[in-house]
Design a protein around this ligand. Structure first.
Ligand code: ZN
Ligand code: ZN
Length: 274
């Protein structure tokens, strides 16, 4: 059995980034009318480059998802007794070659990484590993959900989940480096989202003010997780993780702007800006 140091899904993501890098050569001195669409939008919504990065990261995640799911689709189709064992690889290679403009080397590399991504999907999480993940966390700190910071020491057994930080369905390894304890609610809402830019950030434009009931309704758990993930499950000021300080609250970067994904960050009690 393989031991991965980096999630196969992350290898895939890094490889796609090398194939399609974010072009950073476009500088401010270029005339407005010569800027590409995304830069003009970025300027229009006062995002100072972060929208551009967001769209890029989100698109890369979309490609990761599409490639893995397509490979899985083809494997299901060709891994039956009606076909020889190597048929799936032949079909996947054919698909990549005819649909994506890649040279032979890149195509073979992509093919190899995709196979590893599918391989990790089938590895089951054994009880012994779950126990180890919990024990590691428990050494010097209370057992908490790494996402929302909820204390889980007295939680019901079925409410304590072991979460793949990089989702297993997207090529996340079932190895200790990729596992953390999460509460049921966070684990289920995080689902197979890869990172914060993979959530539906475009839906996160709220009209209410924090502290009101309508704000609490607007900011559903999946959106809360998107903001926590954006801040790496840690306070944006001091860097202390929810695992240590408990639930991180939400705040705005620009207080005169509304509550939306790009303007939101997570903060600990001591660094709450409002
Ligand atoms: Zn939680
Ligand atoms: Zn802090």
């Amino acid at each position: 059995m393989n031991n991965y140091e980096i999630n196969p899904g992350e290898q895939l993501r890094n490889f796609i980034k090398t194939l399609y890098p974010l072009d950073l050569d476009i500088e401010d001195n270029i005339q407005d009318e010569n800027k590409c669409f995304i830069d003009r939008v970025d300027q229009f919504i006062m995002a100072e480059g972060s929208f551009r990065q967001l769209v890029y990261d989100s698109t890369i995640n979309y490609l990761v998802r599409r490639l893995i799911k397509t490979a899985e689709y083809l494997r299901r189709k060709y891994e039956s007794d009606n076909f020889p064992p190597e048929q799936f690889i032949i079909e996947l290679r054919k698909f990549l070659k005819s649909n994506i403009r890649l040279d032979d080397n890149d195509c073979e590399k992509l093919l190899a990484i995709l196979q590893i991504c599918l391989e990790v999907k089938s590895k089951s999480l054994k009880a012994a590993m779950k126990r180890r993940v919990r024990r590691n966390l428990n050494d010097n700190q209370e057992l908490r959900c790494y996402i929302c910071g909820r204390a889980l020491s007295s939680a019901k057994k079925e409410d304590i989940h072991t979460d793949h930080i990089f989702p297993q369905t997207m090529g996340g390894a079932t190895e200790e480096f990729n596992l953390k304890v999460a509460c049921k609610k966070c684990n289920e809402n995080k689902s197979e989202y890869i990172d914060s830019t993979d959530f539906h950030y475009e839906q996160m434009c709220f009209v209410s003010e924090k502290g009101t009931q309508s704000f609490n309704i607007e900011l559903e758990r999946k959106y809360q997780i998107a903001v926590w993930a954006k801040s790496q499950y840690s306070c944006s000021i001091c860097g202390k993780p929810a695992l240590e300080v408990g639930r991180l609250d939400f705040g705005r970067i620009n207080l005169s702007d509304s509550w939306h994904f790009l303007n939101m960050e997570a903060y600990c009690n001591e660094h709450q800006p409002e």
